[in-house]
Design a protein around this ligand. Sequence first.
Ligand code: HEM
Length: 154
Amino acid sequence: MKRIFTVIGLAVSLAAASFAMASTAAKNNAEAKSLYERLGGKKAITAVVDEFVGNVAGDNRINSFFKRAAGDPKRLAAFKAKLVDQICQASGGPCKYKGLDMKAAHKGMGISDADFTALVEDLVKALDKFNVGATEKNELLGALGGMKGDIVGQ
Ligand code: HEM
């Protein structure tokens, strides 16, 4: 009889433990935040893009690509707004990117691997300036890195 109670006791505590684990997992899921939220939302993304475009403008390796945008404040503002929407959307935010797809946007520019790397370095500098965490930085760079094939070498 004592043995039966021990077995029942064990089964009850196992059930309780797995219930506790399941509810912790559910809680963690509910608390999981999108990359957009972890980056700090649209305001933080806009600040990073401003800094990033400033870095590109000062980067002699690639700034010649951006002569037209740099020389026209309206064009520059439109370019920045598109970058913000693109990053916002790609990170799970509520924005809708309405610009050209990456293939069409960079067609005929002759962007090399080295140009792409230089631009990513300028972005990393901007992310570092705003102390964006390593996890968020890697997630964002991973998403943008996936676009490389449409941007480079055409
Ligand atoms: C992941 C990397 C990149 C992303 C996400 C990106 C994103 C964009 C976006 C959203 C646009 C605006 C498209 C439109 O007008 O509808 C654009 C335009 C442009 N991109 Fe990129 N781009 C990337 C890499 C590069 C690189 C490596 C270069 C050259 C070094 C470059 C040069 C340009 C230029 C010159 C324009 C046109 C700017 C203007 O005059 O309005 N991009 N890009």
